[in-house]
Design a protein around this ligand. Structure first.
Ligand code: NAP
Length: 552
């Protein structure tokens, strides 16, 4: 068996030796491989799918698009890549984003470093050797100095918590792992459960195919028109000429998208002025304009309700049946505190005579039957069912791998009361394990591209720091972790986010601890904090000395 990089023999069970194992070949995993290779590290990327792309590989449901404008949702690390790739629409479709990521994989010759169709089952830290043993479902045992979880925030899908799915005689598709060959609902009676982003994007398209569509809604969501359109060449060229400044703006913004910072509170202006501003945000067709219209939209319930009511008034103006419009109108949480949606004709779809809405608050789901779906009121018959029921977000992909740190402690147990990390990047007691856009980092409260690049760059710099100095391992201190977790909660408590039952709070998964899982302090503020930690010699981390392997 070969030697590990610290010169000591790998354990007998190891089938390979690497400097780093990266789990996942999505946006994060691809860039992490690129950076570690440039450092000269032998890196193995392990990917469960048959291709690259992560979220954009799996989420192939009709209408899947990114809600961040395409010109902002791309890597910034290569000016050549920026110049040679041309986006075709304001909001890129899933196939176009996947083509982009495949292009990146080919252009930077990354595929050879990736092992596809393979899942990482476990990763165990050997304290004595300061190294990890990573086990896969294909029987590999990789001895590695670093493990980097690039597993995504929304990659473990969840089904509705009702029995009977196996008894349904037709197909059931989950938006989060859609058949690659596509699905045609033409002539079928379709039932859709779930009205989050995936449901809201796909329902208008599926309802155009199906002969009859029934949507099961537990909580209505706020959605705004995407205003999608082809991108004219002059707009693309202008961005290509300005990318450098634009990227800098992204990195120092609140959500990873440069927009004018609000200066006024909602009630500092008249109702007419407010509504004009909301109308402008509505017409712009993006997630941030309305939410960032005023300084207190996400911190003050009354201010928030002015924006919420504006959107509800839009729903009433689109949906012809007032009762139906009211059922589609969110009233149980402040706008923005559950992930809002962008749509192309969502509310309009409910004006069609062959599209029906079932309010699960009035008549809850009971079971899936052989013929369809049963609520407390009646049974609905379908030819096909779609689950648009979301994900075990933020922590699901991390705790589903059996990760064991110092003393054999499992990450899952460590996080039994909610995720605890330092900066969302490291976990005390799990040396050399890094989580890209991990819980308590801005991650899902941002343009993921921006946050992913920032984390990958930061982790790569830390790894370079260790290797330059011959330090075998680094571990977040308990104290730094505790302070960061407390800071995350404190910042969150200053906002309305904790008032909602959302996947941001873990509320969508029964039994999951209720805690705000991402950092809402802002992308720019967070970046400054990470940079400061690095500049202060990686403050809050302990450097683990070389092992003495001659000791018994
Ligand atoms: P989601 O936002 O979690 O929505 C899941 C939906 O299913 C909700 O309406 C939920 O109702 C419902 N649901 C879940 N379990 C249920 C049950 N047992 N009974 C009845 N209803 C149930 O999931 P998603 O739509 O897949 O989106 C997840 C996230 O992925 C988004 O928030 C977004 O961050 C990301 N995403 C982004 C895009 C994009 O950029 N365009 C597209 C899709 C997804 P409750 O609200 O009552 O829980």
């Amino acid at each position: 068996m070969s030697e590990s990089s610290n010169g000591h023999p790998a354990p007998v069970e190891a089938t390979d030796v690497a400097d780093a194992v990266v789990v996942g070949a999505g946006v994060a995993g691809l860039y992490q491989l690129y950076r570690l290779r440039a450092l000269g590290l032998r890196t193995r990327v392990i990917e469960a799918g048959a291709g690259v792309g992560g979220t954009w590989y799996w989420n192939r449901y009709p209408g899947a698009r990114c809600d961040v404008e395409s010109l902002s949702y791309s890597y910034s690390f290569s000016p050549e890549l920026e110049q040679e790739w041309t986006w075709s629409e304001k909001y890129a479709t899933q196939p176009e984003i996947l083509r982009y990521l495949e292009h990146v994989a080919d252009r930077f010759d990354l595929r050879g470093g990736i092992t596809f169709d393979t899942r990482v089952d476990s990763a165990a830290y050997d304290e004595r050797r300061r190294r990890w043993l990573v086990a896969t479902d294909t029987g590999e045992r990789i001895d590695a100095q670093f493990v980097i979880m690039a597993t995504g925030c929304l990659s473990v899908s969840k089904a509705p918590e009702i029995p009977g799915a196996e008894s349904f005689r037709g197909p059931i598709h989950h938006t989060g792992h859609w058949p690659h060959e596509g699905v045609d609902f033409t002539g079928q009676r379709l039932g859709v459960i779930g009205t989050g982003s995936s449901g809201i994007q796909s329902i208008p398209i599926m309802a155009r195919q199906a002969v009859d569509t029934t949507v099961f809604q537990r909580t209505p969501n706020f959605s705004m028109p995407a205003g999608n359109r082809p991108l004219p060449a002059e707009e693309v060229d202008a961005m290509k000429a300005n990318y450098l400044a634009w990227r800098e703006g992204q990195r120092h913004s609140g959500f990873g998208v440069p927009i004018p910072e609000p200066t006024l509170a909602a009630f500092e202006v008249s109702e007419a002025e407010r509504n004009a501003k909301y109308q402008d945000g509505w017409d712009r067709g993006n997630l941030v304009s309305i939410l960032a219209a005023y300084t207190d939209t996400l911190t003050d319930a009354e201010a928030n309700d002015t924006a919420a009511e504006f959107i509800r008034s839009k729903i009433r103006s689109i949906v012809h049946d007032p009762e139906l419009a009211e059922t589609l109108s969110p009233r149980s949480f402040p706008v923005g505190t559950k992930r809002p949606c962008l749509d192309s004709g969502y509310y309009e779809t409910f004006n069609k005579p062959n599209v029906h809405l079932v309010d699960l608050r009035a008549t809850p789901l009971v079971e899936i039957t052989e013929r369809g779906v049963r609520t407390s009121e009646r049974e609905y018959e379908f030819d096909a069912i779609v689950f648009a029921t979301g994900f075990d977000a933020m922590t699901g992909a991390l705790t589903s791998v059996d990760i064991r740190g110092v003393g054999g402690v499992s990450l899952k147990d460590r996080w039994a009361d909610g995720p605890r990390t330092y900066l969302g990047i490291a976990v005390a007691g799990f040396p050399n394990l890094f989580t890209i856009t991990g819980p308590t980092s801005p991650s899902v409260f941002s343009n993921m591209m921006v946050s992913i690049e920032q984390h990958v760059d930061w982790v790569t710099d830390l790894i370079a720091h260790l290797r330059d100095r011959g330090i075998p391992a680094v571990d977040a201190t308990e104290r730094a972790e505790q302070e960061w977790v407390a800071h995350n909660i404190e910042v969150g408590d200053g906002t309305l986010y904790p008032t909602a039952e959302s996947w941001y709070m873990g509320s969508n998964v029964p039994g999951k601890p209720r805690v705000l899982m991402a950092y809402i302090g802002g992308v720019g503020v967070y970046r400054d904090k990470c940079d400061e930690v690095a500049a202060n010699g990686y403050e809050g981390f302990a450097f683990v000395p070389e092992p003495n392997l001659t000791r018994a």
